[in-house]
Ligand binder design. Structure first.
Ligand code: ATP
Ligand code: MG
Length: 364
């Protein structure tokens, strides 16, 4: 079936730098590499509803925002299929069958879900849909026969859960589903980009984000307010680089040529870090450097977004076509799944004939 990518995002907000370094940038590179036979990028609205059931308008409004973020980063609908999850009902049916292959205690052990339950204050009142979203994610991935899922570190337990479901399914019903692999960022700082407040993860739900669609001024403001080393009070004080968000972002975004362009007093990031550790290097100078790098990265994305914003109906049209294409692929998988599970009764002449013969014999 070839090499196939499935990846996506929840339409719970505009996309931010965490999405960009954790997955989106990689998707564009993979798309342009030509090494994949098919690329599916999913706007996971049904999953977003599992913890936003009372706020469908938020999900509805952000579908377009996420689509615009994709396009502005260089996802090309001629090469990648962009789809809206809820428009593919086959995914629900797959989830329903996969649920039989997973235990409650297995889901309870999922560390990402555990953290998210805490973060959302769901302890004691977890919506069933939210609790089982790793199973629905297995449906998303397997429906498209994905071999590769480019995602951030928080998705590792989901892919592991999918692999277990695939193995169990194939074991019981015969070789049917494809076992996927996660493709993590190779840069450690990008596995889980922290928020501007220094919290463990930049996340739409935590409001600690720099969005891809932020204006130049907004980006500068957010960089200025970023968490650094709380003990680095005076410029002359020695500073810590570990856990210092500004340096984590530099690890994620800085390339050697940025020094020549924006900070020629230093040859590379190591030199800058050494100076910061020794003392005598102010936070503002480092932040100005980071700001220049981010502005350079985000300016072309912002400019492309403005172009796509001029024709919103065309974006919806693209989403509709993508969802239709995706639905055909998912329906083909569902057919194979039904066949493997022996629930394709009407297509099974052998079953009908055998039972007919048995009853005929009884009658005569
Ligand atoms: P929500 O708070 O609604 O869950 P989110 O900001 O966590 O939103 P998702 O839509 O859940 O975003 O994640 C989409 C993709 O982006 C996933 O592959 C995820 O691993 C990746 N991702 C999200 N946040 C980060 C981050 N801070 N660092 C690296 N990757 C991230
Ligand atoms: Mg998330």
């Amino acid at each position: 079936m070839g090499k196939i990518i499935l990846t996506g995002d929840r339409p719970t907000g505009r996309l931010h730098l965490g999405h960009y370094v954790g997955s989106l940038k990689r998707r564009v590179e993979l798309q342009n590499s030509g090494a994949f036979d098919k690329i599916y990028i999913m706007i996971a609205d049904a999953q977003a509803l599992t913890d936003n059931a009372d706020n469908p308008e938020k999900v509805r409004q952000h579908i377009l925002e996420v689509a615009l973020d994709y396009l502005s980063c260089g996802i090309d609908p001629a090469q990648s299929v962009i789809l809206i999850q809820s428009q593919i009902p086959e995914l629900c049916e797959l989830s329903f069958y996969y649920m039989n292959l997973v235990t409650v205690s297995r889901l309870q052990r999922n560390p990402t879900v555990k953290t998210e339950i805490k973060m959302r204050g769901f302890e004691g009142s977890i919506p069933v849909g939210f609790f089982t979203y790793p199973v629905s994610q297995a449906a998303d991935i397997t429906a498209f026969n994905a071999t590769t899922v480019p995602a951030g570190e928080d998705q590792e337990p989901m892919i592991e859960q999918t692999r277990e479901i695939v193995r169990r399914f194939n074991n019981i019903y015969g070789e049917t589903l494809v076992e996927p692999e996660i493709l993590l960022p190779d840069n450690a700082a990008c596995l889980r980009l922290p928020g501007t407040d220094g919290k463990a993860k930049m996340s739409k739900s935590l409001g600690n984000c720099i969005y891809l669609s932020d204006s130049a001024e907004e980006v500068s403001q957010r960089v200025k307010g970023m968490f650094t080393d709380p003990d680095h009070l005076r410029v002359s004080d020695p500073g810590k680089v570990e856990g210092n968000t500004v340096f984590t972002y530099l690890d994620a975004f800085c390339r050697p040529e940025h020094f020549a362009a924006f900070l020629p007093d230093y040859a590379n990031l190591e030199e800058l870090k050494t100076h910061y550790r020794r003392g005598g290097l102010g936070d503002m100078k480092v932040k100005r450097f980071l700001d220049a790098i981010l502005q350079e990265e985000l300016a072309p994305i912002r400019a492309r977004r403005h172009e796509y914003e001029k024709d919103i109906p065309a974006v919806y049209d693209m989403l509709k076509r993508g969802s239709e294409t995706a639905r055909e692929a998912a329906a083909a998988t569902l057919d194979r799944v039904r066949h493997a599970m022996r629930i394709d009764y009407f297509a099974d002449e052998q079953l009908i004939n055998a039972q007919a013969q048995a009853y005929n014999r009884k009658q005569s």
